[in-house]
Design a protein around this ligand. Structure first.
Ligand code: AHM
Ligand code: MG
Length: 340
């Protein structure tokens, strides 16, 4: 009988190529897979278990927290806090570092995560997900400190996301390619379904919220116009696809080719998305899959974060189209300044 390649088997296989690895990293990924199963099953059940709707609180960005946001945030922390592998975690939903309770050992890693990305879509049965990044800590004391988390994305040891869609998938990279696993609900295991994902060469999809148009900078107008301008009367090369769940937009573009942008604009001067919880982990995956991510000036992975909840403009997807955006930023930013 041919053995299915389960997530655990795959991680162990990767580890056997690195005899120096102590298995800690694998154990962390394993626990994250458990969190994904728990959150995924609750997402599927949400409609019938009255978990839909607002929890009544606002998170630190002033956004209403959904009940499932709160649930997912707690689950992700709970599966990792007692492992002895983690020194602390930061989540999009919480102001401060989540420290490890004193009764547990602290480990060498720190985690950044967005427990439920795209949560404004929950009520409409649209795909949502959990995004995470894993760093080695810098400090050595009993508690993690801010600088453990304020590391450039280049330093990530691994990153990934779970997506709760028509199936639940876990996609991760530990720096040796991007691998996707689909949950087989009958046996409760993630099975390798997408080995060594590479972004297709052609950029087919353009993902941007066009309703922000009146606030866009000149470069964004030109960029979107020129991408759509690739289409002819007889052939469509670029299609608009925007879900409003970054993780789902990214996942589709990763598999099918495309560029996602959430630029800075007149209303959201720093952009909307968060550097630590969203941009860095997905940028890590994009590069591993042959793509790229930029804030328009700099590769996302080279940005040194200044704050835990820092926002960033994000252009992510096929390398050629991300670099095209960087050129447009250079070309049109100056022209815009001169006009103003
Ligand atoms: P969230 O993490 O609170 O769900 O917010 C992030 C989401 C992304 O998933 C998505 O790309 C973006 O916000 C959508 O924003 P908008 O509604 O402005 O297009
Ligand atoms: Mg998010």
């Amino acid at each position: 009988m041919q053995q299915e390649m389960t997530l655990i088997r795959h991680i162990m296989h990767g580890q056997s190529k690195h005899p120096e690895a102590k298995g800690n990293f694998s154990n962390i990924l394993n626990q994250i897979a458990l969190a994904a199963k728990i959150i995924g099953s609750r997402v599927n059940m949400a409609g019938i278990t009255h978990l839909l709707g607002l929890a009544g609180d606002k998170n630190i960005h002033g956004e209403s927290q959904q009940k499932l946001d709160v649930f997912a945030d707690a689950v992700f922390y709970d599966v990792l806090d007692h492992t002895g592998l983690i020194a602390g975690m930061v989540s999009e939903e919480d102001v401060d570092i989540k420290q490890i309770p004193e009764k547990y050992d602290v480990g060498d890693y720190v985690i950044t995560y967005d427990p439920l990305d795209g949560s404004s879509n929950i009520d409409a049965n649209v795909s949502i997900g959990t995004i995470f990044g894993i760093f080695k800590r810098i400090s050595t004391g009993d508690r993690a400190i801010e600088s453990d988390f304020l590391q450039a994305g280049r330093k990530l040891e691994g990153a990934g996301y779970a997506i709760y869609g028509s199936s639940t998938m876990l996609v991760y990279s530990a720096g040796h390619g991007v691998h996707g696993f689909t949950l087989d609900p009958a046996i409760g295991e993630f099975i390798l379904s997408h080995e060594n994902i590479q972004m297709p060469d052609k950029c087919k999809n353009l993902s941007v919220n066009e309703s922000n148009k009146m606030n866009w900078d000149k470069w964004t107008h030109k960029y979107v116009e020129d991408l759509i301008g690739r289409n002819t009367e007889t052939e469509r090369f670029i299609s608009s696809r925007y879900i409003g769940s970054l993780v789902a937009d990214f996942h589709r573009n990763l598999l099918k080719g495309g560029v996602f942008l959430y630029p800075a604009d007149k209303r959201q001067k720093e952009g909307r998305l968060r550097l630590l919880y969203e941009a860095q982990p997905l940028a890590f995956l994009a590069e591993e899959a042959g793509g790229k991510a930029s804030d328009g000036f700099k590769n996302i992975l080279d940005i040194e974060p200044k704050g835990l909840h820092q926002r960033t403009p994000l252009i992510i997807g096929n390398t050629a189209e991300v670099e095209m955006a960087e050129e447009y930023v250079k070309k049109y930013s100056q022209a815009q300044k001169e006009e103003e």
